[in-house]
Design a binder for this molecule. Structure first.
Ligand code: NAD
Length: 357
């Protein structure tokens, strides 16, 4: 088993990574004395695949455990689902000592974390991420929340879990597209933080795509370590944590201009390639390094070009109103080398339009 610590003073927690960990969850939860009643929250698809295993593991360890589900998909990340879940927790008699288990992808983690943050003014929760994206990104760092019609993730809280349990076996049932979504975030960590890791990813592409579990486990552990280091330095995204948005500023604009037909990871990979063009245009990144990043992204089967039919003006308009823009100025995470980035909001619109291709 690999273990990564997220050192946040009184909110510190471990990330445990192991093949087959799901079967051990009951023992792990009991050993950590987190509470007396556990409630698994999961989407209806993941629940069908993995909830029973966790229920059995918990009951074998003598723990009281229940299951609540909601329909799969981003559409469930809303306040009605939060309201329903809170009411069901109350009906089950869950008090301040109850513990939630977020079993699923980023949607489940964000929903469950937010319920944990607000139910009875805050109860404990653990993350059991089941998508690659959730394992390397969303389950770590404590961002929770839901969407409202005015925008994604506009209502939420910073609220850290007690523990993150990552079982790499669950990735076997993940559709290829979902795997690629996560791989975009994996490559992001290499570019923003760790050139050796980026080279490792490039050199182990086949093993990763073939789901060689030894390699995949090492990749997840490295991503979690990087995310933990960034979050430890800047929990609430005042400064360093913004580097995690590499490729995302333009990626979100691509997603929005496609009316969310382009999945997040694909949009981020197009966003990474496009933002590198801004860095090259600004003289920050050499064309050779931009080419190297692009060739690895491409080799993983991720898209590198923004589809021609998407409205460029819509993307530029989106950038000005994006919730992370300050005074209508979007910020960009620009690589200066592989493994090093700077943040800038000083980019001419004409250069952005050119980079969008
Ligand atoms: N909190 C954060 O820091 C953070 C960071 C990045 C993204 N996010 C959020 O994460 C969400 C996206 O997460 P996601 O991509 O994991 O989406 P998701 O949770 O919707 O999962 C994607 C799909 O995969 C299915 N699935 C999950 N695990 C599976 C498995 N092991 N086998 C088969 N199918 C499985 C789900 O049922 C779902 O249909 C977005 O809402 C985004 O805003 C949050």
């Amino acid at each position: 088993m690999k273990q990564v610590e997220v050192g946040l003073d009184d909110r510190a927690y471990p990330i445990l990574i192991m093949q087959g960990l799901l079967k051990e969850i009951g023992t792990e939860l009991k050993h950590r004395s987190l509470g007396n009643k556990f409630v698994i929250i999961s989407d209806d698809h993941v629940a069908g695949l993995y909830a029973e295993g966790i229920v059995t593991s918990c009951r074998d360890s003598g723990l009281d455990v229940q299951l609540l589900t909601f329909p799969r998909g981003e559409e469930s990340k809303n306040l009605t689902v939060i309201d329903n879940l809170c009411r069901k927790l109350a009906q089950l008699g869950i008090d301040r000592h109850g513990v939630l288990i977020a079993l699923g992808g980023g949607v489940t983690g964000d929903i469950t974390g937010f319920v944990a943050a607000i139910y009875m003014r805050g109860i404990k929760f653990v993350q059991v991420p089941t998508t690659l994206l959730a394992q390397v990104d969303s389950s770590v760092g404590g961002k929770t929340g839901v969407d409202i019609p005015e925008g994604k993730n506009l209502v939420g809280a910073f609220y850290q879990p007690q523990c993150v349990f990552i079982d790499t076996d669950v990735l076997q049932s993940l559709p290829k597209d979902e795997l690629l979504n996560g791989l975009a975030e994996v490559l992001k960590y290499g570019v923003i933080y760790d050139a050796d890791f980026f080279n490792f990813l490039g050199n182990n592409r086949i093993a990763i795509l073939d789901m060689d579990m030894t390699v995949v486990e090492a990749v997840i552990a490295r991503c979690c370590t990087i995310k933990a280091e960034v979050v430890m330095a800047d929990e609430k995204e005042a400064d360093l944590r913004r580097i995690l948005n590499y490729g995302h500023t333009l990626g979100h604009a691509v997603e929005a201009a496609s009316d969310f037909a382009i999945p997040h990871g694909m949009a981020v990979s197009m966003g990474m390639v496009a933002v590198n063009k801004l860095a090259v245009a600004g003289g920050l990144l050499t064309p050779e390094r931009a080419e190297r990043i692009q060739s690895v992204i491409d080799a993983f089967g991720l898209p590198i070009e923004i589809p021609a039919h998407l409205d460029r003006q819509r993307m530029v308009d989106y950038l000005q109103t994006d919730k992370k823009s300050v005074g209508g100025r979007p910020f960009f995470v620009l690589p200066t080398q592989i493994g090093k980035v700077v943040i800038s909001d000083d980019v001419e619109t004409s250069i952005i339009v050119e980079a969008l291709g």
